[in-house]
Design a binder for this molecule. Structure first.
Ligand SMILES: [Zn+2]
Length: 231
């Protein structure tokens, strides 16, 4: 299926927004947040500190009278420069383009399965700056197979899981972890759609270099085709 057709297929899976964060928060409590150098607020604090981030997010939410800050698909970010996990010497190989949508909200917030699926894999990706506990669901709808990834969860979220378990759309699959476990970030969910998982297990790149962005932007469609957030 071509990229355009697949994106259309995803978009048409539901006429209503599909939820990945506790559905008690309606979309009018969501506020879009930019994490590129276009956001001048980011020059006012140490963006390498998860604690400073947490303070910034809390103030941002208060200011917007919101509960969840979200955004980031194909956003170019400087924050990844802090970890060697994302680094590469050549400028165009530096991984800094974000492939999912992030949802910044409180530790312990419920994370929901976006669609019916089965547990493909799960893992604690515990590099500095990585996802921490991560779950990947496999979806098969009208003969199309694709995956959704939920990163930066709590440790509890990946206990007692079994590969192959069926998960119902909208059911709780985990909870947001804190900076001690989630790769050292302010609490947030990283949500990403993946067409070809390329033999990965419990993990898949969530950030691309400019050099590889053509492939990754095709392989990881905009999650908003499913979520239908007001952007
Ligand atoms: Zn992310």
């Amino acid at each position: 299926m071509s990229t355009a057709k697949f994106n259309q297929f995803l978009n048409q899976l539901s006429e209503y927004p599909l939820r990945v964060i506790d559905s008690k928060f309606s979309y009018d409590r969501y506020a879009p947040l930019v994490i590129s150098d276009k956001n001048i607020d980011l020059s006012n604090f140490d963006i390498y500190s998860s604690l400073e981030w947490e303070k910034y997010i809390n103030l941002f939410l208060e200011d917007k009278n919101a509960k969840i800050a979200f955004g980031g698909y194909l956003e170019k970010r400087n924050i990844y420069d802090r970890s060697k996990y994302f680094k590469c010497l050549a400028e165009n190989k530096r991984r800094n383009i974000h492939l999912g949508i992030d949802f910044w909200c409180k530790e312990g917030t419920k994370v929901l399965a976006v669609l019916d699926g089965e547990i493909h894999s799960f893992k604690n990706n515990n590099h500095y700056g990585d996802y921490g506990p991560t779950i990947i669901l496999k979806h098969k709808i009208k003969e199309e197979v694709f995956y959704t990834l939920y990163g930066h969860l709590s440790l509890l979220s990946i206990e007692n899981l079994k590969v192959g378990d069926f998960i119902l759309k909208g059911s709780v699959i985990g909870y947001l972890g804190n900076s001690l476990i989630n790769g050292d970030y302010a609490p947030h969910l990283h949500f990403q759609i993946i067409k070809d998982l390329e033999n990965n297990y419990g993990d898949y790149p969530g950030v691309s270099s400019e050099e590889n962005i053509e492939f990754y932007s095709r392989n990881c469609p905009n999650p908003n085709l499913l979520l239908k957030l007001p952007i």
